[in-house]
Structures are given as structure tokens and as C-alpha cells.
Design a protein around this ligand. Structure first.
Ligand code: ADP
Ligand code: ZN
Length: 610
């Protein structure tokens, strides 16, 4: 708490931003949030990934008297967070289960001696009485609860230890609390406020748009070839994340990329914890690593220069998809979110929901999540408009997503839908049979495959009535009817069945609008480019930028920290472009604060002239 005679001024916050972080100005929401917390009030902050949440508690912790206590579930990343702060000259430490007794003691005495600005804690630490007594003996400037959506019980990041955090307010009623998350729906927000006892807190909800991310969703054809093409033509040498649904496919895709000369590593919950940690550390520390992972990977990984996030399987919800893709481009430079999805994804996910544990209400929720995701995939509108709409925000067509860049055509699929549905009906009524999409499409195309002949499906009146469309187009029709709920799927083999809604189509009472399948060769949205980080730099700045990168890599290696802890790409780009000749000019570059200027200034000026 702050004594009345040392009441901090709002301008203190700005001077900390300039001096310590080397940034010129606050983003609009940051200013308000920081003033609010500096004044001692509670806040609930919803900002997209990369929006700049960290400063919202780091600066108040520096301005207010005492130590800012940050609760974070990401033990593996605390070390890096502390390194990054130390590099800025901020006094930070952490307490978690990875430390030995001596290390812990050292941090505890620094805390008690008032020698820390920020202390990171794993949530389970706060269940230990000795931790609570320790905190009682020091001065706490604020509590920051990072990844606050971990308190939401239906979310996929739920951490039981977060539920106990409601006691912070009871034990330290005077200390302001700030809860932060990138998960944005109304329901999650309400749950956070209730469970963390933050009813009085002011809510700060910023725009959720991430304009530098290009969203693209393509029909899955040969996923590996498609992925390889994306990496080779648009993201050579870039760091990125490839998400897969299962551990087995993570392993396979990682091996496939390595075979094709791409530095890829696997990450999933089934790996030995040491291997997992080592892979994560390499992804963070080295340039240009591709992480192939299940969704177990990524929360809190604040590597700023992830240039692409690719999904090879359909995410289960728009929320999850937005969080995962949000890990691209935190530094504000152009990045790609790419998803390949196909008929099989729909079949598989519907099946997973039908057989999932939990009650019917839970399954209904899962279905609603999936339906929203499918609607996003099949939309003929701007992806970004749909995404923002999902989070209750408005946007205009963005010009930076696949549907804006090459608008898909909508077509009247009513007759195609009727042909397909009546094939399903015939098989069931006349033969008492159910089949999957493959057989139905073969029948429509009039193909005399062994299986068609075996079941005498060539004798059905619908045999060969669909030769006006290609196989890919028919699969697209099946997928879209499933997505719209006009067709159902059941059982282990993904057999197709009618739904309540199908009737309306068969009786011609409703029209079916479909999205035309893009031609097989998916159009590259951007021209091939070299290393993305150097793209769009003035020609003469490119070799300078590369020299700076090499200098940074050496420094990072020497100190055992990720390269971005030294400087972000965006900062190096600005230095390379402006080519400052004095320390004073170098200090004006965004991202060069006092500490880094003193430490690296001379070396950088030498690198520039060298
Ligand atoms: P979040 O935690 O919301 O995902 P971060 O706190 O990691 O986002 O910030 C994202 C990036 O934006 C970081 O590289 C950070 O240094 C930068 N940043 C944050 N605030 C500012 C600012 N006011 N001016 C310039 N850069 C900023
Ligand atoms: Zn768009």
C-alpha cells in the first residue's frame, strides 16, 4: 500500500514505460488499467494475446510501494519471465516446485528485505501456509492473477488451485487485484468475476482484433503436402506452431517435417517431461523451430516472433481456435493462421462428443461449440468479422483473410442436397442399410466399385444421378450439410443418417446455400518470400538487420536466454532502418530502455558500423 505522502502520480507510470521498457506511449487501454490499479482498485482485464497485458500489472507493481505478486500457472516459463524482467533492470524472482531449498530461501529473503519488484508464484504455493505467512511479513503492492480463465471449470485450462485464489481478497482486503485473460466470452468473464470474488472489479475489455494475423481456412486434401507447401513457400526459416489433435499425429507430422528438412520438434502430454521441457526450451531459445503439438502446448508461451500457427485438425471451439492462433505475431509483424479441415474432422468430432463423458447438458454445450467452429469454417463472409462477432464485437471486412482475398462463391445446393439425402433415405428404407460418405458418393457418381456391386447399389434409382459434381465437390456437400446440421453421422464407421432438419430439404421447403470448393491447387495468398523477419525492410537495411540478428544470437547463447529477451525482431528492424549513430538516438528506438542501452548500446553502434 502507498502512504498518503508518497501518492504516485500518473506520470510515474509513463516515465517507467519510457525508462524501463523503452516504449514511447501506452496503448489506449493500458493507460486506463494502469491508472486504475495504481490507484488501488481491482480490475478484470480481457485483452487478446499480444495486446500487452503484462505491462498492466508490471508497471503498477513498479510504481506502487511493495512487491507485486503474480500468480501464474506456467511454472516452466517463470524462469524466462524473470530473465526478461531482469534484462530490463527490474528486480524479479519466482517461487515454485522446481527450486531447491537454497534457491527458495534466497528469493524469500529478497522478498522480505524489500529487494524485489515482482514475485511470481505458482497457484499451489498459495495453499501452503508458510507461503501465506511469508507474504504477511512483506509489503504487497498488488496481486496479479494471470491466465485467469484457468478458474473456469468447463474450460480446457481449468486448474483446481485457481479456485482457492478467492481467499486473496479476504486475507489482504487492502491489496488491489488484477485478473487477466485472453479468453473472451461473456460466460467465462462472469465465471472469473464470481469465482475470484472480483464482483466489484472494473472490467476492461479491449478490441479483440489481431489485424496482423492473416486467417485462412482451406479444405483438407492432402494435409501433409498442403502444410509443407505453406512452410516452404511462405514461411521458410520461420518459427511456428502446428497443432494436431492426437499424440500419434503429432509424432508423425514432426517426423515428416524433419524428413523434409524442416527443424521440427514434437510436444504432447505423453512425452517424458524432460524431453517436453527441452523441446519447449529449444523452441523459445532458437530461431526458426517448428513445434508440432497438441493443444497442451502454448499457454503463456509469449515468444513474440511466432510467424505462423497451422491447424491440421479442426479445433473444438472458436475460443480455443482464437487462443491458439493468437500465439502468432505477438510482435505485431505479419503472421499466418492456417487451418486445413475436411469431412473426416466433422465425423470424428461429432463421434467424440457423442461418446464423451458427462451429462447431456455438457454434450449439448460441446455441440454448440463445434457448430460455431463449423460455421466459421464454412462462412462465405470475412473470417475476422465472424470471429469478432463471436466475441460480441463488430468489424468490417478486413482484407486480410482468405475470404476477403479471394471471395468464395455461394451456390444453390438444394438439388445436390436432395440427391444426397434421398440416397441416404433409399438405402435405409429399401435396404435397411446405413453407409458412410465414401459409399454414398460412389453411388451418386455411378461408380461400380466392388463394394457397390457386392451390395447391388447399382440397382438403386439414385445410382449415378450425381455425375454433374466431382468427388471433391460431393465430399464438400456432405461436409457442409453436416456442418449445417442437415445431415447426421453416427457410430464407429461414421455412417450418415437424417436429422430433424433434413426433412425440410427433402420436402423442398428449404433452400440450401453452399460454399463452392476452391480449385484443388490452393492459391498462395502471398508471394513466396525469404526469411519473414527481414521481409519489407529497405534493401540496404537487410544486411544490417542480419548482422544484428547474429549479434543477438551470440548474446542470447552466452546468457542462456531466448533471443527476444535481448531484443525483439521489431526493435532490431527499427535499429537497422534508422541506423542511429549515437547512444542518444539509439535510446529513442522502441524497445530500447535505459538498462539495455547501458548494457548493449556501444556494441550495437559497433555492429552497425562493422
Ligand atoms: P499479452 O500478455 O497480452 O499477450 P504482452 O504483454 O506479452 O501481451 O505484450 C505483447 C507485446 O507487445 C510485447 O512484445 C510487449 O513488449 C509489447 N508491448 C506491450 N505494450 C506496449 C507499448 N505500450 N508499446 C510498445 N510495445 C508494447
Ligand atoms: Zn476478412
Amino acid at each position: 500500500m502507498t502512504a498518503p505522502d508518497s501518492r504516485p502520480e500518473a506520470s510515474d507510470a509513463l516515465s517507467v514505460l519510457n525508462r524501463v521498457f523503452g516504449y514511447k506511449s501506452f496503448r489506449p487501454a493500458q493507460q486506463e488499467i494502469i491508472d486504475h490499479v495504481v490507484a488501488g482498485h481491482d480490475a478484470l482485464v480481457l485483452m487478446p494475446t499480444g495486446g500487452g497485458k503484462s505491462l498492466c500489472y508490471q508497471i503498477p507493481a513498479l510504481v506502487r510501494e511493495g512487491v507485486g505478486v503474480v500468480v501464474s500457472p506456467l511454472i516452466a516459463l517463470m524462469q524466462d519471465q524473470v530473465h526478461a524482467l531482469t534484462a530490463l533492470g527490474v528486480r524479479a524472482g519466482f517461487l515454485n516446485s522446481t527450486q531447491d531449498v537454497d534457491e527458495r530461501r534466497a528469493v524469500e529473503s529478497a522478498f522480505l528485505a524489500g529487494e524485489l519488484d515482482l514475485l511470481y508464484l505458482a497457484p499451489e504455493r498459495l495453499r501452503v501456509d508458510s507461503t501465506l505467512r511469508l507474504l504477511d511479513r512483506g509489503t504487497i503492492s498488488l496481486f496479479a492473477i494471470d491466465e485467469a480463465h484457468c478458474v473456469a471449470q468447463w474450460g480446457h485450462d481449468f486448474r483446481p488451485d485457481y479456485l482457492a485464489l478467492s481467499m486473496l481478497h479476504e486475507r489482504w482486503p487492502e491489496v488491489p487485484r488484477i485478473a487477466l485473460t485472453a479468453t473472451a466470452t461473456e460466460a467465462t468473464r462472469a465465471e472469473i468475476a464470481t469465482r475470484l470474488n472480483l464482483r466489484e472489479a472494473r472490467h476492461f475489455v479491449t478490441g479483440f482484433d489481431r489485424p496482423n494475423i492473416q486467417y485462412r481456412i482451406v479444405p483438407k486434401d492432402e494435409p501433409r503436402r498442403q502444410l509443407l507447401k505453406l512452410l516452404r513457400t511462405e514461411h521458410t526459416g520461420d518459427a511456428g506452431i502446428v497443432y494436431c489433435l492426437s499424440r500419434a499425429s503429432v509424432e508423425k507430422i514432426a517426423a515428416f517435417l524433419v524428413e523434409n528438412g524442416i527443424e521440427a520438434l514434437p510436444y504432447h502430454a505423453g512425452l517424458d517431461p524432460r524431453v517436453r521441457a527441452a523441446n519447449q526450451a529449444r523452441f523459445l531459445r532458437e530461431d526458426g523451430i517448428v513445434m508440432v503439438a497438441t493443444i497442451a502446448f502454448g499457454m503463456g508461451v509469449d515468444k513474440p516472433d511466432v510467424r505462423f500457427v497451422a491447424h491440421l485438425d479442426l479445433p473444438r471451439s472458436v475460443e480455443g481456435y482464437y487462443q491458439e492462433t493468437g500465439r502468432a505475431g505477438r510482435d505485431g509483424l505479419p503472421s499466418t493462421a492456417w487451418l486445413a479441415y475436411g469431412l473426416q474432422d466433422v465425423v470424428q468430432q461429432r463421434k467424440m462428443i457423442d461418446t464423451s463423458e458427462g451429462d447431456e447438458a455438457h454434450r449439448r454445450r460441446l455441440r454448440a461449440h463445434l457448430d460455431a467452429m463449423l460455421a466459421l469454417c464454412e462462412t462465405v463472409e470475412c473470417r475476422r468479422v465472424r470471429l469478432l462477432d463471436y466475441f460480441g464485437q463488430q468489424g468490417a471486412p478486413c482484407g486480410n483473410c482468405d475470404t476477403c482475398l479471394s471471395p468464395p462463391e455461394a451456390w444453390d445446393g438444394t438439388i445436390a442436397a436432395q440427391k444426397l439425402l434421398s440416397t441416404v433415405v433409399r438405402l435405409q428404407r429399401e435396404r435397411g442399410q446405413k453407409f458412410g460418405a465414401g459409399q454414398i458418393v460412389d453411388i451418386l457418381l455411378g461408380r461400380k466399385t466392388p463394394k457397390v456391386t457386392q451390395f447391388r447399389h447399382d440397382e438403386l434409382s439414385v445410382f449415378g444421378v450425381g455425375t454433374d459434381l466431382s468427388e471433391a465437390e460431393w465430399r464438400g456437400v456432405v461436409r457442409q450439410l453436416l456442418a449445417q446440421g442437415l445431415l447426421g453421422v453416427e457410430g464407429d464407421y461414421g455412417t450418415l443418417v437424417l436429422t430433424e432438419e433434413s426433412r425440410g430439404v427433402l420436402s423442398r421447403a428449404r433452400e440450401v446455400r453452399l460454399r463452392r470448393e476452391p480449385k484443388r491447387a490452393e492459391r498462395a495468398a502471398k508471394a513466396p518470400k525469404a526469411a519473414a523477419a527481414a521481409a519489407d525492410l529497405p534493401e540496404e537495411a537487410v544486411p544490417v538487420f542480419e548482422r544484428l540478428r547474429a549479434w543477438r544470437a551470440a548474446k542470447a547463447k552466452e546468457q542462456g536466454v531466448p533471443a527476444y529477451v535481448i531484443f525483439h525482431d521489431a526493435t532490431l528492424r527499427e535499429i537497422a532502418t534508422l541506423s542511429p549513430t549515437s547512444l542518444a538516438d539509439l535510446g529513442k528506438v522502441s524497445g530500447v530502455g535505459e538498462n539495455k542501452l547501458a548494457k548493449y548500446g556501444e556494441e550495437i553502434l559497433q555492429t552497425l558500423t562493422g
